[in-house]
Design a protein. Structure first.
Lengths: 114, 113
C-alpha cells in the first residue's frame, strides 16, 4: 500500500539556521513520483518540486535542496539559511505511475523565528 | 492567467443545508481533483475527473457529489451538510498523467454548524 510519512509535526528554528524536513514513503511500484508543496499562512498550496523514481540526483534551487534516496525510501527537503518567509506547512506527496492520484503526508509546520 | 479558481472562499452552513463549491481552471487541464484538508492532517482525495463526463471516487467520497460537463469546471456538491464536513476544500488540476504536477486553488473554508 502507498503511504507517506512526515514524522515531524512542527519544527521551530531561528532565522538563518538550516533545517531539514523529512519524508519517508512506501510504494510497491517501481515507477512513481514524489512532490513537495508549500502551504503558507495564506492557505494556498504552492508546488515546489517533482522527482521521478528513476532520477536520484539531488536538486538545488537557491536556498532549497532535496535529497532523494531510494535505498531508504526518503525524499528530504533542506532549507539553508532559513528566513521568516519560509514559515509554512510543507507537504510531501507520492503519486504512482498510472494512478495520477496523490497520497499526501500529514505535513510539517515550520516556524522560522526572527 | 488565473489558474484554478475556487468560490466561495468562506461559507457557513447549517446542518442539512446543501451547497455547491465551484472550481474553474483555465489551463485546459484534463485532470481535476477535489480534496479536503482537516486540521493536522494531509489532504484527502474526495473525487477526481480525467476528462469531461468522467468522474470517479477518491478516498472519502461519502456525502459529496461531482459532475464534469466541461473541461474547465468541476463543481463539488454537498447535499445534506453535516458537522463532519467542516473542513477546507481544495480543487486542483493537472495536465496529464505523466507530469502530474497538480495546481491548486486557494481553497474554500467551510463550517457546518
Amino acid at each position: 500500500a502507498q503511504k507517506v510519512t512526515q514524522a515531524q509535526t512542527e519544527i521551530s528554528v531561528v532565522e538563518k539556521e538550516d533545517v531539514t524536513l523529512d519524508c519517508v514513503y512506501e510504494t510497491r511500484d517501481t515507477t512513481y513520483y514524489l512532490f513537495w508543496y508549500k502551504q503558507p499562512p495564506s492557505g494556498e498550496l504552492v508546488f515546489l518540486i517533482r522527482r521521478n523514481s528513476f532520477d536520484e540526483q539531488n536538486e538545488i534551487s537557491g536556498r532549497y535542496s532535496w535529497n532523494f534516496q531510494k535505498s531508504t525510501s526518503s525524499f528530504n527537503f533542506t532549507i539553508t539559511a532559513s528566513q521568516v518567509v519560509d514559515s509554512a506547512v510543507y507537504f510531501c506527496a507520492l503519486s504512482e505511475a498510472g494512478t495520477y492520484k496523490y497520497i499526501f503526508g500529514t505535513g510539517t509546520r515550520l516556524k522560522v523565528l526572527a | 492567467n488565473a489558474g484554478v479558481t475556487q468560490t466561495p472562499k468562506f461559507r457557513i452552513l447549517k446542518i442539512g443545508q446543501s451547497m455547491t463549491l465551484q472550481c474553474t481552471q483555465d489551463m485546459n487541464h484534463n485532470y481535476m481533483y477535489w480534496y479536503r484538508q482537516d486540521p493536522g492532517m494531509g489532504l484527502k482525495l474526495i473525487y477526481y475527473s480525467v476528462g469531461a463526463g468522467i468522474t470517479d471516487k477518491g478516498e472519502v467520497p461519502n456525502g459529496y457529489n461531482v459532475s464534469r460537463s466541461t473541461t474547465e469546471d468541476f463543481p463539488l456538491r454537498l447535499e445534506l451538510a453535516a458537522p463532519s464536513q467542516t473542513s477546507v476544500y481544495f480543487c486542483a488540476s493537472s495536465w496529464d498523467r505523466a507530469k502530474n504536477i497538480q495546481y491548486f486553488g486557494a481553497g474554500t473554508r467551510l463550517s457546518v454548524l
